[in-house]
Design a protein around this ligand. Structure first.
Ligand SMILES: Nc1nc2c(c(=O)[nH]1)N[C@H]1C(S)=C(S)[C@@H](COP(=O)(O)OP(=O)(O)OC[C@H]3O[C@@H](n4cnc5c(=O)[nH]c(N)nc54)[C@H](O)[C@@H]3O)O[C@H]1N2
Ligand SMILES: Nc1nc2c(c(=O)[nH]1)N[C@H]1C(S)=C(S)[C@@H](COP(=O)(O)OP(=O)(O)OC[C@H]3O[C@@H](n4cnc5c(=O)[nH]c(N)nc54)[C@H](O)[C@@H]3O)O[C@H]1N2
Ligand SMILES: [Mo]
Length: 768
């Protein structure tokens, strides 16, 4: 054996939430030395007069009147409210080369960025630059490009609507639709898949529906960690007797039992609520075959019912009145082979029968999903198949039922609504043209993966990131690093230092910005920004903390001043807009009809709901009906081919979040509910696979990805953790494993990196 393993593996035996979560809150506040001991911040989270939690996109009840406790929301807020600072003196003391030796965890721990900085190659250090000079530098680069499509404008989903709207307008006036964004790596298959079935790429439910549902199907989601406020809804549903099924290769402990930290009595008495009624564990990416199997079983059950004189188990009235394509879809289901469905889903027939029974008994069914469905090659068709299944029983567009994609970043949905979209519709561009009197670029732009390839090829020269951590969030890490280094200029608008700032183009800027929790004063007047949550509620958010530094600009003002420096203000009064966000909202209202009376409606506590036509059974598809879309099971994917070559030793790896991280931001080294403490380089594996590979729990392995090119992709020294996970499947954390995801391994029709379907081989690590 090599040296004593670091960290500790100890299965979690408690409910999720509860005192464990509360203890973590205190730990975080102390650790971050929250500015001025200002813990009141936390009480203003998701309050009508406070800020929208930058943690996740789960909605709030009327922007709750009671404090909705959320451990991971607290971590996100505390991280922003930290009293630690990265000042110019810090950069003077550290070369970029020396900073690169620090871990991602260490980089973020230095605290908030305070001043705009420019990279100086001669000293290998970042040096202070004035805001004016920084904008002039970017403007010079943009104006010198022979083709505006040589610039790409990235957005991470924390950016508020006002900044996002100005950002897309600015980039389009520069002349490009190159808008890579975090949603390309996230819910893109949802946004591209649902329009083909229900006519809109958004969820059809609101929080009210959770009060009326009796059956919840949760696909590929870990809410106890990633959407903790969703747990309170699940608790209430469970207490009402709803059936809750988790469909996930991992039996996530957080979904088993829950103690609500929002309920004092529950905390005192230690009362727990059993959440999950049933756990179905498909193999990775097996959801498509599983959902199709349930749909096929539904048709069989319908045949049986009709043959015995019982009523149909399908909602035939809904199908006749509201849908099109059912006959072809049904014929495809009948023709599908059970053997194929069972093999590809990895779920036993008996469980498929049980799940079908639950679905039929459900009067009001909500299906939710997260990254477990979206980060696979077959993601788009999996989501369309789920939509088909729900349509078979009319479970869309009525109270207590519907489709519920659960988004990640707190305004990722709003950013897309505002036009952060590399494939804009003609109608939207026509409207921009009319309102702003310019000729917008018509050719579709680059998404995240295509932008990386374009940087590698020298087709993109200027990369501007509004937030995020592009270098670490994207796939194929060494290749992505080279892509960024191939640029003439890289610019990052950020709150905290991260590795993307250190992987630079020939010239590089870091522009520090206000966080959402901070007071945003323009001409002495506090400005609010608007955000849209995962259920299409739009509301205002006002920061309440003093800014981390006097030299920060808001994201909105950064775009306004950059646009002014680049384009001048003949067509748009950029600086005027940057100084008064209500005026930006007036322009938003002119471009999007759904935002009529924007300022008035958003001023009401809780904001307003953006109409989702499918919710009212209005189908904005070419046929004017909800569309059944048949799909075949693909049995010739890169994974099938790799398995044909390597046999049973070929494993498929998912990369997911631990409890102590926010995407690329690592808060700590524990993953409490999965029983991992003090280490992140672990790989979960089934005990039979350990035996097959001749490996033991606790041993160290290297992961080598298997792809159809000649690039070697590997990640070394991961501790094996025997786990309840289907055979042939592995689990590990991102971003340590991103280098294993081949750049061009993406979801069909959506371009999302297949971060949860990576074919790999394991090798025992060399002794250290
Ligand atoms: N605290 C915290 N909150 C967050 C984030 C964070 O990092 N930290 N990130 C935010 C963002 S941007 C997002 S997108 C969301 C992400 O929230 P989630 O969607 O919950 O994200 P993941 O942790 O990536 O993976 C979710 C689940 O998918 C399961 N899974 C993996 N592969 C499959 C599969 O093939 N089929 C099925 N059925 N399940 C599978 C995993 O076991 C895991 O339970 O959370 C948001 N909220
Ligand atoms: N292998 C693998 N890769 C993945 C995923 C996966 O599951 N597996 N998930 C993918 C998903 S779902 C997503 S959404 C992406 C996330 O990709 P990104 O959105 O690019 O990454 P984050 O880690 O959320 O970005 C963190 C950084 O944002 C900056 N920041 C924080 N708050 C603000 C703010 O208010 N304004 C500005 N300007 N900057 C701010 C900070 O500097 C911080 O370092 O990663 C994707 N990558
Ligand atoms: Mo995400």
């Amino acid at each position: 054996m090599s040296k004593k393993p670091e960290g500790r593996i100890a299965p979690y035996a408690h409910p999720s939430g509860g005192w464990g979560a509360l203890k973590q809150v205190v730990v975080n506040l102390v650790h971050e030395k929250v500015a001025g001991g200002n813990y009141k911040t936390l009480l203003k989270q998701n309050q009508p007069d406070g800020f929208d939690c930058p943690g996740c996109a789960w909605p709030d009840r009327e922007h709750a009147s009671t404090f909705e406790f959320c451990e991971n929301g607290v971590k996100a807020v505390a991280a922003e409210a930290t009293s630690k600072r990265v000042r110019p003196a810090f950069f003077a003391a550290h070369t970029v080369t020396s900073l690169l030796t620090q871990s991602d965890y260490e980089l973020e721990q230095h605290g908030r960025l305070t001043d705009p900085m420019v990279y100086d190659a001669a000293s290998d250090r970042y040096q202070p630059i004035t805001w004016d000079d920084a904008f002039a530098l970017i403007a010079r680069h943009l104006k010198a490009l022979p083709d505006p499509d040589q610039a790409a404008f990235y957005t991470s989903g924390r950016t508020g609507n006002e900044a996002a709207f100005l950002f897309q307008l600015f980039a389009r006036m520069v002349g490009t639709n190159n808008f890579p964004d975090c949603s390309n790596m996230c819910h893109e298959p949802t946004s591209r898949g649902l329009p083909g079935t229900v006519g809109i790429g958004k969820g059809t439910v609101t929080l009210d529906d959770f009060e009326h549902t009796d059956t919840l199907l949760i696909f590929g989601q870990n809410p106890a960690t990633n959407h903790p406020r969703m747990m309170n809804e699940l608790r209430d549903c469970a207490r009402r007797g709803a059936t809750i099924v988790s469909i996930n290769p991992l039996r996530e402990r957080g979904l088993e039992r829950f103690t609500s930290p929002a309920h004092a009595l529950e905390m005192l008495t230690g009362a727990t609520t059993t959440i999950g009624t049933m756990f179905v564990q498909p193999k990775l990416a097996g959801d498509f075959a599983l959902i199709k199997a349930v749909a096929k079983r539904l048709v069989e059950r319908d045949d049986e019912a009709l043959a015995s004189g019982q009523p149909s188990v399908l909602d035939r009235e809904f199908i006749a009145r509201h849908t099109s394509g059912f006959e072809a879809f049904e014929a495809d289901l009948r023709a599908e082979s059970w053997d194929v469905l069972l093999e590809e889903s990895g779920v036993p027939k008996l469980q498929i029968d049980q799940l079908t029974g639950i679905f039929i008994r459900g009067r009001n069914v909500i299906s939710t999903w997260g990254m477990g469905l979206t980060q696979h090659k077959n993601a788009l068709k999996t989501i369309q198949m789920l939509s088909n299944l729900m349509m078979m029983r009319g479970q869309i567009g009525r109270q207590g039922a519907g489709l519920c994609p659960v988004r990640g970043h707190s305004n990722v949905q709003g950013d897309r609504t505002m036009g952060i979209e590399e494939k804009p519709t003609k109608a939207f561009l026509d409207r921009l043209q009319r309102v702003f009197d310019f000729e917008p670029p018509r050719a579709h732009g680059l998404d995240t993966v295509d932008s990386i390839q374009a940087m590698l090829d020298g087709r993109v020269k200027v990369f501007f990131a509004m937030g995020g951590n592009f270098a670490m969030a994207t796939p194929d890490t060494p290749l992505t690093f080279r892509a960024l280094q191939n640029c003439d200029l890289t610019v990052h608008v950020a709150t905290k230092l991260n590795r993307s700032h250190l992987i630079m183009g020939k010239q590089a800027l870091i522009l520090p910005t206000l966080g959402r929790t901070e007071i945003d004063l323009q001409n002495g007047v506090p400005q609010g920004v608007t955000v849209e949550d995962s259920m299409s509620m739009v509301h205002l958010s006002y920061g309440i903390n003093q800014p981390a530094s006097a030299n920060l600009l808001s994201e909105t003002m950064i775009v306004a001043r950059l646009a002014h420096a680049t384009l001048g203000s003949d067509k748009v009064d950029w600086l005027g807009l940057g100084a008064n966000y209500a005026e930006i909202r007036e322009l938003i209202e002119k471009v999007f009809d759904d935002f009529h009376d924007f300022n008035a409606r958003v001023a009401r506590p809780g904001g307003f709901h953006l109409r989702v036509a499918a919710r009212e059974r209005e189908w904005r598809t070419p046929s004017g009906r909800a569309q059944f879309v048949p799909h075949a099971v693909d049995r010739d994917t890169p994974i099938h081919r790799a398995r044909a070559r390597h046999g049973e030793r070929l494993m498929v790896l998912m990369t997911a979040r631990s409890h102590d991280q926010y995407n690329t931001t690592i808060y700590g080294l524990d993953d409490r509910y999965r029983g991992v403490f003090g280490l992140r380089r672990v790989v979960f594996i089934n005990q039979d696979d350990l035996a097959l590979l001749g490996l033991k729990d606790g041993e160290y392995v290297d992961l080598i990805s298997v792809w159809e090119d000649d690039v070697t992709r590997r990640a070394d020294r991961f501790r094996l953790v025997q786990y309840d996970i289907p055979r042939g499947c592995l689990g590990a954390y991102f971003p340590e494993t991103n280098g294993l995801v081949p750049l061009h391994s993406t979801a069909d029709g959506a371009g999302t990196p297949t971060s949860k379907s990576i074919p790999v081989l394991l090798e025992r690590s060399a002794e250290e």
